[in-house]
Structure formats: C-alpha cells, structure tokens
Design a protein around this ligand. Sequence first.
Ligand SMILES: *Cc1c(COP(=O)(O)O)cnc(C)c1O
Length: 357
Amino acid sequence: MDFHTTENTAPASPDRLREILEAPGFGVHFTDHTAVIDWTAASGWTNARIEPYGPIPMDPAAAVLHYAQEVFEGLKAYRHDDDGVHTFRPYANAARINLSARRMALPELDEDVFVRSLEELVSVDKAWVPSREGDALYLRPFMYASEAFLGVRPAREVSYRVIASPAGNYFGGEVKPVRIWVSRDFTRAAPGGTGSAKTGGNYASSLAAQAQAAQMNCDQVLFLDPLHENAVEELGGMNVFLVTDDNTLITPQLTGTILEGVTRSSVIQLAKDRGMAVEERRITLDEWAKGIEQGTIVEAFACGTAAVITPIGELVDGETTISSPGAGNVTQGLREELLGIQRGTVEDRHGWLHRLA
Ligand SMILES: *Cc1c(COP(=O)(O)O)cnc(C)c1O
C-alpha cells in the first residue's frame, strides 16, 4: 500500500518548533502532518495518505460519537545520537490494535501497513522528534467508526489515523514515587468485557475514579478485580509490578480484564534476563500490605509507554494509607535499562528497536 503525501504549506516555524521542543509537556502539541487510511466494507482499506494536520470533517451521526466504536495505540519514537529515529516493538502494537479491533468489531489492519504508517508520518515530521534525554515523539494511531448511521451494528465506514506529539516526562521532572488511590466505588473491567482492548470507553469510565483520586491528592487509580476480593488489576493506563526480597517480580496474570502492556512484557523479559523469577498470578491488596509490613515486598512500580517505569510510593485505601518503599535497585535498574535500549545507549539484545526515519 502506497501513501500519497500532501505537504502542509503552513508548518510550524523553526522558532515555534524550538519553543515547543523546549517544553513539550504531554499531548498538547501536534506535528504538521497526520497519516490516514479509509476503510469501507465494500472496498477494504484504501486511500493511504499523509496530509496536513487539522480538524476531521465528520458527520454528527458518525457512529463513534454515539456508540464509541473506537480503538487506539500509543508508542514512542526516539532520536538516537546518530540522528536516526527509532521506535520500540511496533509490531507488538500492530498486533494489539488488531486484537482491540476484533473486540470492538472494527476491521483489522495489515501489521506492515500499520508500521508503514508510522514510518511515513515520522519521515515527514522528523524535525519534531525531540533529542533531549527522556523526551520522545509520542505516536497515537487510532481507528474509529466514521459511518453516519444511528443503528446499532458494526460500522461499514471506518477511518484509521496516526497523530504525533512531542512528549516530555509524563509525570514531569524527576522520577518521584506516585501516590495511588485504591478505587472501591468503581471497577474498570469484568470477564467478557473490554478490559484487554485498548478502547476509549475504558478511559471514559475511569475518569470518575480518577477525579476521586485527584481529590485525595493521588496521581493515579488502582482498580481491583470485581470478582475476587481485593485482587489487584492495574492502574487506569499502566500495569503493576511488585518486587520481593527474594528477587522475584510479581504481576497480576492476564485474565482478559487486564490490558497487556508492551512495557509489561518487556519488563518481564528484562527481569528474566537478570535471573529474576517472574510470577504472573493473583495478588491481593492484603498480600501487598502485609508484604510491606513484613519486609518481603521491597519495591512496587507501575509501567506503560507514556511514563515508562514509575515507582509507587503510597497506596491510599479509604482512611488507610500504606507507605510503599518507593524506588529501589530493581525499579531503578529496569527503568534505566529499558530507557537505554529505547534511546540506543544499551545493547538491544532482543531486536526490539525498529528504525522509522
Ligand atoms: C496502554 C495501557 C497500558 C500500558 O501499555 P503499554 O503498551 O505498556 O503502553 C496498561 N494498561 C492500560 C489500561 C492501557 O490502556
């Protein structure tokens, strides 16, 4: 599939771009172009193109606006010292957007076309890829039902797009342990639901819990398993790991209600490479709290593309606050190794990097 390029005739000026890259924030500035591919039930995927970034003309009856038939991805592109731009395990994201698409009755996209869309976009907007350590170009592929139709069935017209946004450190500044709110009023996913799909509705339904967390001065929400009392699932957009005093990494197993993070599976691999034991199993809050008290759980962290690896400092469960030990050697070591691979300063033993431009 060939992409047709229409260049933006009014791109950001060099001065403006420099200003943006000086303080990129997260998800507030967007590059000059976007990748687009259209799909219809009759013709399949057609009209792959790069066009100037701008508003999407959309019918008010577009199904996505009513029934949220939508999936998305998130990955980053890093500028290496040789000026090449690389991304991390893009075929894992390609496979996952198709897993999400199947669950949301959206069409699948060829994995090579998915990766090509990233290559094409990053090639025209290469100047937007930050070079400062810790910064990256965040890539956001997404697919949505564009058909104007209010009946409830899978849409027959769909669009796939990629937008890109320079990103600084997600939680800002240095790696400070986050404060986590344990949600008792809301759950995120149930068996048979959409928990393992990366779809906007999961995020929409997490916002009320996130607002409660913010009110309690917490950075993120920890969701629990609705069926098993006090079993830990994940944060709104990050997977959770505990480190024990006998060099074991523990993370909730994938049961269909947890989103399988690319960072999660990379962390599991890097931990095994270090000779750590890795257990994917049910973890309860009680085990976590008791482990901290007895000194058997020595570190806890959350991970995902946006914030990489972030130590968990406190767990707030109603009136109870449990102080977690925060960043230790394992959290720090895994974070540095992962960031180093992504940035091209640590050997890429597993062939995870893919050059985009
Ligand atoms: C995207 C996401 C993650 C993290 O996945 P990565 O591939 O590591 O970025 C974790 N949980 C949820 C709910 C997510 O949507």
